[in-house]
Design a protein around this ligand. Structure first.
Ligand code: NAP
Length: 405
């Protein structure tokens, strides 16, 4: 059976990996220009297709039949070649978004909902919310009557969904809007899954509002598409399994801790054990500046170094699946936290202070380690998801981290 993903520019798609976890059909990426679309749909040798940007509407005229959901959503993300050559258009994003709502534990019935964006995904979100009995549903568009300049009109919204690409890799840190106007917000969803936590989701976390990214939706729509391709049911538990696996593979492991606590040694070993890329923020700072760290401190002071360090962390924090060793003092700048947290689990390494080497480390040379530790302790605690002792061998530390993860 020949299946695949049809789009204009597919870049790095997770779909082949997800479908490989679901079934053993052939699943390829089909990048087609608008001029190639008709011929590929009508005569390409496919049995089942997923469809993505910008063709979710464009493929509809080629469908000999449409599911009710596809009609209600006004878009098709799954095509099936039926016996006899007819083409059926389905929308499994709707199933995916229903799954997202369920895993978020949010029931929209009777509740006012705000959707950022007016594209294909926003239309699907609107259709699902309407089907589930949501109260008023507001679409916010940059050029619409409801726009980002008058969000305060909707302060009473209980649910905010981002269905725009604002904040998606490589534009990490951006957001269509802040949650500040939504003073009665009960839940937030962002259809983006790279980064795992967009600025919008991190804002929701800070406010203590339940939130979810789009990875579960991606896995759920794929599972539903695979069921349609195969004509069989696949257990719902597969969705959580795929989501969990992808989320582990995509997240960075970020090491923080006092200067000399072993972040580089442990990081290299950990990356080797997991077959992952290893990066060091200090090395990136030195490369970008073409100067050693002591030289940067001499010329630009700690302020200049910290500015360079934040720029390096912004670049490294956007990666997926990397092991990242940070500089000991990066935790003293709050703006570094979202850069590391957006895609990462943050592990703090603890090492006895009398074992910390000080040579070549400008701050350690000037300050007593006990005093430095006391000054930074709360910052390390603020950043860390968990702490691991590195007083044994580096191999023992790596094992302890892997056990904890
Ligand atoms: P789309 O059809 O291109 O629509 C996106 C909409 O976002 C546009 O209509 C536009 O609306 C708004 N927009 C675009 N750039 C913006 C910006 N810089 N700032 C604010 N608003 C902007 O795309 P789509 O298919 O709906 O997808 C939207 C997002 O959902 C994408 O990030 C996509 O990856 C994600 N998605 C995820 C899943 C999943 O399974 N998790 C499934 C589908 C889509 P206005 O011009 O009206 O403002």
């Amino acid at each position: 059976m020949n299946c695949g993903l049809l789009g204009e520019k597919l870049g790095h798609s997770y779909s082949p990996a997800i479908h490989a976890m679901l079934a053993d059909y052939d699943y390829r990426l089909y990048e087609k220009s608008p001029g190639e679309l008709a011929d590929f749909i009508l005569r390409g040798g496919w049995d089942g297709l997923n469809v993505t940007i910008p063709y979710k509407k464009a493929v509809m005229p080629y469908c000999t039949e449409l599911s009710g959901t596809a009609r209600r959503c006004g878009s098709v993300n799954t095509l099936l070649r039926l016996p006899g050559g007819a083409i059926r258009g389905e929308n499994t994003d709707a199933y995916g978004f229903s799954y997202l709502l369920q895993s978020l534990g949010f029931d929209p019935a009777g509740k006012k909902c705000v959707i950022f964006g007016s594209g294909g995904a926003a239309a699907t979100v609107r259709a699902v919310l309407a089907e589930k009995g949501a109260g008023e549903i507001v679409t916010v568009s940059r050029s619409g009557e409801n726009n980002y300049g008058n969000l305060a009109r909707h302060a009473d919204a209980a649910f905010v969904v981002n269905a725009t690409p604002a904040g998606m890799f490589p534009h990490n840190g951006g957001a269509a809007a802040s949650l500040a106007p939504f003073t009665r917000c009960e839940a937030v969803a962002d259809l983006i899954y790279n980064p795992a936590r967009t600025a919008l989701l991190m804002e929701a976390e800070d406010l203590g509002i339940p939130c979810a990214n789009g990875l579960g939706m991606l896995a759920a729509q794929a599972k539903r598409s695979a069921e349609l391709f195969l004509g069989t049911d696949i257990p719902d538990g597969e969705i959580a399994r795929i989501e969990e696996k992808l989320s582990r593979e995509m997240r960075n492991i970020v090491l923080i801790g006092m200067p000399g606590c072993g972040k580089s040694t442990v990081g290299k070993l950990l990356a080797g054990a997991l077959g992952r890329e290893f990066c060091e923020s200090d090395a990136l700072v030195e490369r970008e500046a073409a100067l050693s760290i002591p030289e940067i401190f001499r010329r630009e002071g700690e302020t200049g170094f910290r500015k360079r360090e934040t720029a390096a962390l912004a670049e490294l924090g956007r990666l997926s699946g990397a092991v990242i060793a940070t500089g000991g003092g990066c935790v003293t700048r709050e703006e570094n936290y979202p850069l590391l947290h957006q895609n990462g689990v943050i592990v703090r390494l603890l090492r006895r202070l009398d074992r910390l080497p000080r040579e070549g480390r400008p701050i350690s040379l000037q300050t007593d380690p006990g005093e430095l530790y006391e000054r930074r302790r709360l910052y390390y605690e603020r950043f860390a998801d968990f702490s691991i002792s590195n007083d044994g061998t580096p191999e023992e530390t790596v094992r302890a981290i892997l056990d904890k993860l």
